[in-house]
Design a protein around this ligand. Structure first.
Ligand SMILES: Cc1cc2nc3c(=O)[nH]c(=O)nc-3n(C[C@H](O)[C@H](O)[C@H](O)COP(=O)(O)OP(=O)(O)OC[C@H]3O[C@@H](n4cnc5c(N)ncnc54)[C@H](O)[C@@H]3O)c2cc1C
Length: 386
């Protein structure tokens, strides 16, 4: 696909989340060494540092354009796992375990079966298990589980480490991180020459990438039109396992991710962290990032239906952060309408970690050559003009 972006010698990226850092990485890989990531807090301080880290090759929507993109991003994640640790020395926890979508009653079973049918229609792997077969895969599962759809194509990563590793790899190739809050674009209407920081200074650049996560709507004032990305609060609980203290962290972890399809609620096992329990989705609470009692009340009953091995006393960590929720459910990626050299990479909602490499590649392609071999029409930021 073509966008009439021109090659740039210095690129300024606003936001050091997984999207901004992956974009910095792909830009440096494409030969742009002068990349500046401007971050007002620290790398991965937003949702990128606190996500569940599931990479899913499916799409919540039936948009065929998204399915192709999703699979492409998963392939790039596998490549990143080959590339990044060797460059930065950071193991970002890439891991692949079975995923069990469990049904208890009619509704959950129907949903799991529908999920399996949809995946098979897409040519993806999936298997139907009875409750007993599911318990053989993961002995944490309660007797209440009647059936489950099992897939084995959804890796997990530690999204904070992935973000840090992508940024470090970019820095090794010449990129730099600059502390500061961007408050506007500088330059003439339609073509900017840099970004203005709150302290009055300007970071000059030939191209700007807006990767501000749930704060992207604030760029609407700079661009001259609404950028409909709003925050959605999401909380996770982390389980302390007695084995953590003994240092034997591998022992007695769930051998599969377990999902309660009747009511929601996920128990996620990740290679590098404690077992994660999730997740809430709260709209309309603005930029509130305080962990709340509501998360305990929402998550614990749902995950305890999956297993009796969780008690409130096992929960030792609790995080809250904000997903960047787009108005029409799809990310905005590509050239900002009406601007020659401003690009948008935001609105990835609950799949930003998954889509980060593909987003980085698309934006880097467009900036360096004005063209990409990825058909990104389903997520093209051009629709912001409408
Ligand atoms: C509970 C939960 C679970 C999740 N689980 C998954 C999952 O399993 N898989 C998945 O793929 N995704 C998941 N997500 C979603 C994923 O975390 C997000 O989509 C992704 O992190 C968004 O990345 P980002 O870089 O766009 O935004 P952010 O991580 O929010 O980064 C934006 C950055 O921009 C900076 N910034 C903003 N404005 C300015 C400014 N004016 N100047 C300078 N800096 C600025 C911010 O400080 C921030 O660091 C989950 C999210 C939540 C909340």
């Amino acid at each position: 696909m073509r966008s009439d972006g021109a090659s740039a010698s210095r690129v300024v990226i606003v936001g050091g989340g997984v999207i901004g850092c992956a974009t910095a990485y792909y830009l440096t890989r494409a030969g742009v060494s002068d990349v500046v990531v401007v971050e007002r807090d620290h790398v991965a301080s937003g949702a990128s540092g606190y996500s569940a880290g599931i990479l899913t090759p499916y799409s919540g929507s039936n948009d065929p354009g998204l399915l192709g993109l999703s699979a492409a991003s998963l392939r790039l994640h596998a490549e990143l796992w080959e590339e990044l640790p060797g460059v930065t020395g950071i193991d970002h926890g890439y891991d692949l375990k079975p995923y069990l979508r469990c049904g208890f009653g009619e509704a959950g079973l129907a949903e799991s079966r529908q999920f399996l049918d949809d995946r098979r229609a897409e040519g993806l792997d999936g298997e139907w298990l009875t409750g007993d077969e599911a318990r053989e895969v993961c002995d944490w599962l309660s007797d209440e589980v009647v059936g489950a759809c099992m897939t084995s194509v959804e890796p997990t990563v530690d999204s904070r480490l992935l973000t840090q590793s992508a940024m470090q790899a970019a820095e090794i190739s010449g990129a730099r991180l600059q502390a500061g809050e961007v408050v506007g674009l500088s330059g003439a209407e339609g073509k900017m020459s840099g970004v203005e920081l709150r302290d009055g200074s300007v970071v000059e650049g030939d191209a700007v990438v807006i990767a501000m996560g749930p704060w992207t709507n604030m760029a609407g004032e700079w661009l001259g039109y609404d950028v409909p990305v709003v925050p959605q609060k999401g909380e996770l609980l982390y389980m302390h396992l007695p084995q953590d203290e003994a240092g034997d962290v591998e022992q007695d972890r769930p051998s599969a991710t377990m999902h309660n399809m009747d009511e929601g609620g996920v128990i996620l096992t990740r290679r590098l962290s404690r077992t994660v329990l999730g997740a809430t989705k709260e709209d309309g609470v603005g930029y509130d990032r305080e962990p709340s009692r509501y998360a305990w009340e929402f998550i614990l009953p749902r995950v305890r239906r999956l297993t009796d091995r969780i008690s409130e006393a096992d929960v030792t960590h609790h995080t809250a952060c904000l997903r960047p929720m787009p108005a029409d459910g799809k990310p905005y990626v590509g050239k900002a309408p009406g601007w020659e050299n401003v690009f948008v990479a935001s609105g990835h909602w609950s799949e930003g970690v998954h889509y980060a490499p593909l987003t980085g590649k698309i934006v880097a392609d467009l900036i360096t050559s004005g063209v990409t071999d990825v058909d990104y029409s389903a997520i093209d930021a051009a629709r912001l003009a409408g």
